[in-house]
Design a protein around this ligand. Structure first.
Ligand SMILES: [Zn+2]
Length: 242
C-alpha cells in the first residue's frame, strides 16, 4: 500500500498484496468490475497491469458490452465492436475477462442482478475486488458499485473491497481515497490498453480527465502518476431481511 508522503519504493500495493507473487501462496485472485468496456482500463488500468506483471490472477468483469454508446447507431454493431476492443485491452493488460450482459444505459439493481454478481463472486473466490465508486453521475457506474458492495455484505465480507474513480468531478463524485498506487512504470501500457477502445475517442478522455487525475494522485503520493482507491473497511451490519 502506498500512502501519501511515503517516498520509498513500495513493496506492496492495495492493502498488502505482494508486488511479486513468486510462489503460489503469494498469488492473489483479483476481480475488477466495470460498467462498460473501458472503465476498468481508465480507472484502474495501471494497477491491473502491475498486479498482472506481479503474477497475480486478475480478471476484468464488464457488466455490459457498451451497447448504448452514442458513437454507434446500431446496438448490435456497438456490442460486437466494443466486445472486441475489450478483449484486445485485456490482452494488453495480460488478464482474463468476463461479460455479464446487462444492458448499457439501463443497468438494473434488483434481486436477480444482485444474485448474479453474488454467484459470480462465489464461483471466482477473489481475495480482492475493485469496482466503481458508487456515487457517480453515470447510473451504470453507480449500479456496478452498489451491486458489488451488496455482494460484499451478503458474502460476509469475504474479500477486500476497493473502489476506483473515473472522470472525477464529472462522473465520480465526492471520492476520497485511502490508498494510492504508483503507476509510473506501467503508464504507457495502461494507455495502450485504453486506446484499444478505438471507437470511444479515448485520446480525448485521457487527455482531459484521466491524465490530470493521475498527475494529481501522483502528487499526493510523491510519484509521477498514480491511481487512487477507497478501501471499504466499514462493514456495518445487515438488518434482517434487508
Ligand atoms: Zn462507463
Amino acid at each position: 500500500m502506498i500512502k501519501m508522503g511515503v517516498g520509498a519504493t513500495a513493496l506492496t500495493i492495495l492493502g498488502g498484496i505482494p508486488l511479486q507473487a513468486s510462489n503460489k501462496q503469494d498469488r492473489s485472485k483479483i476481480l475488477v468490475f466495470g460498467a462498460h468496456p473501458d472503465d476498468p482500463e481508465t480507472g484502474a488500468g495501471g494497477t491491473i497491469c502491475l498486479l498482472s506483471e506481479a503474477g497475480h490472477d486478475v480478471t476484468v468483469v464488464y457488466l455490459t458490452r457498451g451497447q448504448a454508446s452514442s458513437r454507434f447507431t446500431d446496438r448490435n454493431v456497438a456490442a460486437t465492436t466494443r466486445t472486441r476492443e475489450a478483449e484486445e485491452a485485456c490482452k494488453v493488460m495480460g488478464v482474463r475477462h468476463i461479460f455479464m450482459d446487462q444492458m448499457d444505459g439501463s443497468t438494473e439493481v434488483n434481486e436477480t442482478r444482485r444474485a448474479e454478481v453474488r454467484a459470480l463472486i462465489e464461483k471466482e473466490k477473489p481475495d480482492v475486488v475493485l469496482t466503481h465508486w458508487p456515487v457517480d453521475g453515470h447510473r451504470d457506474h453507480a449500479s456496478c458499485g452498489i451491486l458489488v458492495t451488496d455482494a460484499w455484505r451478503r458474502l460476509d465480507y469475504c474479500f477486500e473491497l476497493y473502489y476506483y474513480e473515473v472522470m472525477s468531478g464529472v462522473q465520480s463524485q465526492l471520492f476520497h481515497p485511502t490508498d494510492w498506487v504508483d503507476i509510473s512504470s506501467v503508464r504507457q501500457r495502461k494507455y495502450k490498453a485504453c486506446y484499444c477502445h478505438a471507437s470511444q475517442g479515448l485520446e480525448e478522455v485521457m487527455r482531459d480527465y484521466h491524465t490530470p487525475m493521475e498527475n494529481f494522485r501522483g502528487l499526493e503520493c510523491r510519484s509521477e502518476a498514480a491511481e487512487a482507491f477507497a478501501h471499504n473497511t466499514v462493514p456495518g451490519s445487515i438488518l434482517k431481511g434487508y
